[in-house]
Design a protein around this ligand. Structure first.
Ligand code: SAM
Length: 159
């Protein structure tokens, strides 16, 4: 599969999962945390799908399209591993993490801290959506609601 086909498949799975869980998240109390603003496309999507919900966004720097930049009070700059720790116990309804790099060695390092961080950020019953697998005893993997292959994007529920 070409990198373009793989990217399209990943983005399709990402959108399908977010679309499926947003109505569930809308019924739940709690913040939405967006780990990795990037261009701001998924932040923009979540803002549309969850009107009125506070979305706190994390990145090292702002590189997003002007239409997709969070308000200053909802933007946290720095290394997510450090900055998001301050939100542990916040009982988030949804954590979306799109911080995979496509390099196995770098993503393996992220996998040493990201699942545990997400488990501590979420409320029981809250959702984790991620571009990289989240192996953690408190994050129950759910089958992604998409026709794309199951390893394109990952959906878990905090137990
Ligand atoms: N979902 C976004 C969108 O739809 O536009 C794309 C996110 S982009 C793939 C990943 C972003 O995460 C980059 O902007 C990068 O700077 C940020 N990022 C990755 N790892 C990070 C880390 N450990 N700490 C802070 N930011 C990080």
């Amino acid at each position: 599969m070409s990198r373009l086909d793989n990217f399209i498949s990943r983005m399709t799975a990402q959108r399908d999962i977010l679309n499926q869980i947003c109505p569930e998240v809308a019924k739940m109390e709690g913040l939405v945390l967006e780990l990795g603003l990037g261009n701001g496309r998924t932040f923009h999507h979540l803002r549309e799908r969850l009107p009125g919900r506070r979305i706190v966004v994390f990145d090292r720097e702002v590189g997003a399209h002007a239409s997709s930049i969070p308000e200053a009070e909802n933007l946290v700059l720095g290394e997510i591993r450090e900055t998001a720790r301050k939100f542990i116990g916040i009982d988030a309804a949804l954590v979306h993490a799109d911080i995979g790099t496509g390099y196995d060695d770098r993503d393996a390092v992220t996998a040493t801290w990201l699942p545990d961080l997400i488990a501590r950020l979420l409320r029981v019953g809250g959702f984790a959506v991620s571009g990289t697998p989240l192996d953690h005893p408190l994050l129950q993997r759910l089958p992604p609601p998409t026709s794309e292959p199951a390893d394109r994007y990952f959906l878990c529920r905090r137990v």
